[in-house]
Design a protein around this ligand. Structure first.
Ligand code: FES
Length: 318
């Protein structure tokens, strides 16, 4: 996977525990272009973490990301906040997009919960720049928790951006019902945020929005799926040979590693695509947040860091 060296040209507090980082090419060259909803891999503290690009693709001389310092951080977000400063060099991957904006939509609804605003900001910037019809609803605990509040309150976003604070579950449900009970002509819905927020939005949209008009960006693969490793199966490796058991409670990547077979990984959460592997026989049980629905239906590739098998044996292109 190709990498780039970038310099942090600006680091700024955007809200409680949220900092933004503006990245420019270390050698002053142009950065690869991207589309709204794209993310980059950031190599930090020996880890690789994915962050959505927040700026508009039209604003092409820089990448802007925002990072929330997670209490449960395994090291990535804490290192971003505490160890990286303006002027530091960072290695990143070129932008990739698993959360594409449908550019021909009659109207675009963007619903963000907390730090889930990051891909929405790029989308909102792009939709504004192209004069498209859209609205952004941004749900946070308070103004103090609202990243990019100043930017999103600027006159050009007036009437398009709506802030929703401290909503109790019942009031949140009522607000979502009001927003989503009827799909506008040609409407497309995008949502990103914590899992309970996403579940609530999906449930609220179920009656009026066909599944193909609802687009979700997960921070990680479904945690229930990650936990639900209760099945055992076998994997055969077509190129290198070998037939290995994958026991309950272990991923394919972990089971192979114990047998001395290394599969390249980065996130180990089914979101980055680093471990993407061809499937030659058998049916995978896709539990990742990387492949789109068509790719999952094709069953010819999988993410073995989280996905499992629906058949007793999988033959992998390894
Ligand atoms: S390592 Fe990131 S998807 Fe598997």
């Amino acid at each position: 996977m190709s990498t780039l060296s970038v310099r942090i040209s600006r680091k700024q507090e955007e809200a409680l525990d949220i900092a933004s980082f503006e990245l420019v090419a270390a050698d002053g060259a142009a950065l690869p272009s991207f589309t709204p909803g794209a993310h980059i891999d950031v190599h930090v503290a020996g880890l690789i973490r994915q962050y959505s690009l927040c700026n508009s693709p039209e604003d092409c001389g820089r990448y802007l990301i925002a990072v929330k310092k997670e209490a449960e951080s395994r090291g990535g977000s804490r290192a971003m906040h505490e160890d990286l400063n303006e002027g530091d060099l960072v290695t990143i991957g070129a932008p990739r997009n698993n959360f594409r904006l449908e550019l021909s939509a009659g109207h675009t609804m963007l619903l963000a919960g907390g730090i889930g605003v990051t891909p929405m900001l790029s989308m909102a910037n792009h939709l504004l720049a192209t004069g498209a019809s859209f609205e952004l609803h941004y749900f946070t605990r308070s103004i103090a928790h609202t990243a990019f509040h100043g930017l999103l309150s600027s006159p050009e976003f007036a009437g398009k951006v709506h802030f929703h604070y401290a909503l109790e579950p019942e009031r949140l449900r009522a607000s979502l019902h009001k927003l989503l009970w009827q799909r506008p002509e040609g409407g497309q819905l995008y949502l990103c945020g914590p899992r309970p927020f996403m579940d609530l939005v999906e449930a609220s949209a179920a009656a009026g929005w066909p599944p193909e008009t609802v687009h979700l960006e997960y921070f990680s693969a479904d945690p229930e799926s990650l936990a639900g490793r209760s099945d055992a199966f076998r994997v055969r490796l077509a190129r290198s040979g070998g037939d290995y058991a994958v026991p309950a409670g272990k991923s394919i990547v972990q089971a192979l590693a114990e047998q001395g077979v290394t599969v390249a990984t980065a996130c180990e959460q089914g979101v980055c695509g680093t471990c993407l592997t061809g499937v030659l026989e058998g049916v995978p049980d896709h539990r990742d947040a990387y492949l789109d629905d068509d790719e999952k239906r094709a069953n010819d590739k999988m993410l073995p860091c989280v996905s499992r098998a629906k058949t007793p044996v999988l033959v992998l292109d390894l």
